[in-house]
Design a protein around this ligand. Sequence first.
Ligand SMILES: Nc1nc2c(ncn2[C@@H]2O[C@H](COP(=O)(O)OP(=O)(O)OP(=O)(O)O)[C@@H](O)[C@H]2O)c(=O)[nH]1
Ligand SMILES: [Mg+2]
Length: 277
Amino acid sequence: MVGQDSGTPPVLFVVGTAGAGKSSLVTSFQRWSRFLETDVIAVNLDPGAERVHYDAEFDVRDLISLTEVMTEYDLGPNGAQILAADLLASQAGDVAEQLHALTGEMMIVDTPGQVELFAFREASNHLIEVLGRDQSAIIYLFDPMLSRSPSGFVSQMLLSSIVEFRLGLPTKNFLSKSDLLDPDELEKILEWSERLEILEMALYDEAGGQRTEFAINQLRLMQQFAQSPGLTPLSSELEEGLADILTFAQAMFGGMNDARDGFASDIEHEKDVDDFV
Ligand SMILES: Nc1nc2c(ncn2[C@@H]2O[C@H](COP(=O)(O)OP(=O)(O)OP(=O)(O)O)[C@@H](O)[C@H]2O)c(=O)[nH]1
Ligand SMILES: [Mg+2]
């Protein structure tokens, strides 16, 4: 079974810009893994979430209410989010105890809407330590609409690299809500992710010289160190790309070999069913 030997299951933090599809991914991944009879623990770390559609076994809103923080400290929603992140860090002991009490084969974590709240507040690094740095990875979601222009696409690549650098965790990029893109657009974006020289040409056409050179040089440098390059299409709506998340987690974490065969056959079975319908 995944993660059983180590005590703490592998943890996947779902990160991305506001509205990128983080909470939907947690919902569909939990539903899909139940179908595979895999015990996935869903965790909500977004105190600002209005409602979530997954069964959160730990929900930060049980500890911290954003509305109460706003009222008590006379803050607007953004200031309250920042304070909420720091309040969470100050309760790290409690949080750790609750999270360690959860048992499962894998943990998937929904993070706050604004990416900087997770990436730049010290609370996140603290939580990662608590959950086990060696067992943690980031699923970074690209917004499909932003990805349609070369500059939007490059900006997200840089943002993902910054998050990876800041949190120091292996990161895999996924193109979220790929069902919203037409096939030509999807193909173009995936090509950009695989062939930097094609992206460079598109960026020259759109943005011109100096900006392009700066961005491409940054990307080249960052990609040299990327542990898992490329971009994988994902659709929570159509449950596509979820097996790739599992494959990534399996490739990342040691001690999962026993489970690999089991998952592979389940996924194959699922594909057969898909092909059939
Ligand atoms: N078509 C389509 N829509 C999606 C998909 N995933 C999410 N959405 C929609 O995108 C919107 C935002 O999704 P959320 O899951 O709330 O995104 P989020 O990143 O959690 O948003 P915040 O927490 O507010 O930053 C919702 O209207 C979802 O229904 C998908 O795979 N396909
Ligand atoms: Mg959300």
